[in-house]
Ligand binder design. Sequence first.
Ligand SMILES: Cc1cc2nc3c(=O)[nH]c(=O)nc-3n(C[C@H](O)[C@H](O)[C@H](O)COP(=O)(O)OP(=O)(O)OC[C@H]3O[C@@H](n4cnc5c(N)ncnc54)[C@H](O)[C@@H]3O)c2cc1C
Ligand code: FES
Length: 290
Amino acid sequence: MSSLGHRAVADRATLAAPDPMLPRPFVVRRTRQDTRDTYTLELEPIDGPALSWLPGQFTMLYAFGVGEAPISISGDPNRPDRIEHTIRNVGSVTAALVAAGPGTVLGVRGPLGTGWDVNSGKGGDVVFVAGGIGLAPLRPAVLELISHRADYGRVVLLYGARTPEDILFSDDLRSWAERHGIVVEVTVDNGQHAWRGRVGLVTQLVSRAGFDASRALALVCGPEVMMRYAAQALSDRGVRPERLRLSMERNMKCGVGLCGHCQLRELFLCVDGPVLGYDRLAPLMTRAEL
Ligand SMILES: Cc1cc2nc3c(=O)[nH]c(=O)nc-3n(C[C@H](O)[C@H](O)[C@H](O)COP(=O)(O)OP(=O)(O)OC[C@H]3O[C@@H](n4cnc5c(N)ncnc54)[C@H](O)[C@@H]3O)c2cc1C
Ligand code: FES
C-alpha cells in the first residue's frame, strides 16, 4: 500500500474511533441496595456491544442533567454483558446515580484506567486489603481469581468497614470463604452489642495474616490514609513494592489524560492509574497529603 493509502486508512480509523468524551447510553436493568447509603446498579448498553473491561478499571458515569463521576466496575468479569457499579451516596452526582431506578438511562464513558492484573499473582499467595467502598473495585479481581482458583496459593481477604451495617457483599464474603477457600477476615471500626466479630483497623490485620510475603501479590483499595498504612504494613511483612498495588481514587474530570485534574507529580492517575504499583507510589506517599 502507498503511504497515501496508509494515511487514508489511518484517517478513517481516527474518524471511526469513538470520542472518549462522549458518553454512551446505558439503561439501568436492576438495582440492589447493599447498605444504608450504597447501591449496586446493573447496566446494559442500548446503542451497541457490551463493554470489554478489566478488573480494576472504572467508567465515568453520567447522571444526565446532574453530572459525571468516576465509578469502578464491581461486577463479574466472566459476565461482561452485566456491567455493575457499586456506588456510595456522598454528594450530588452519586445521589442521582443511586436514585436511578430500572429503566433510567445513564451515560457511560470507558472503561478507563489500569487494572489489577490479578493473573500476575498465579503461582503465589494473594492478599486483598479493602476499606469501606474499596471492596467494590476489588470484587472483580476476587471473582477473576476464583475462576482460576487452583492456580493460586493461599488467598486472604482483609476487609474493614465502619460498622456491621456497612459491610458490603456479605453473601459474597461468606461464599468466598466457604466455597473457594479464601481466608476472609472482617473488622469494623465501631461494633455494637450484637456484633461478635473483630473491632479495630483493617491495617492491624496485616501483620497477623497467614501468607508467604516473598511470593505474594497484594491488592489494596480504600481511603488514602488506610492505603498508606496498609502498604507500609505489607511492605514491612516483605511484600515486594512492584507486587503491591493500590487503587488511587482521586477526583477526576476528563478521565482520559486531558485536563490534569487528577495529576500527582508526573502521574495522571486516570490513565497511569488508578491501579499503580507501590514502587511508583511509595515516594509520593511519604507525605500526609499526597
Ligand atoms: C477511579 C475512581 C474510582 C471510584 N470508584 C468508586 C466506586 O466504585 N464507588 C463509589 O461509590 N465511589 C467511587 N469513587 C468515588 C466517586 O467518584 C466520588 O464519590 C464521586 O465523584 C463524588 O461525587 P458527588 O458529586 O456525589 O460528590 P461531591 O459533592 O463531589 O463530593 C462529596 C464528598 O466526597 C468527596 N469526594 C469526591 N470525590 C472523591 C473521591 N474520588 N475520593 C474520595 N472522596 C471524594 C468530596 O471531597 C466530598 O467530601 C471512585 C473515584 C475514582 C477516582
Ligand atoms: S482526570 Fe483529566 S487528566 Fe486525569
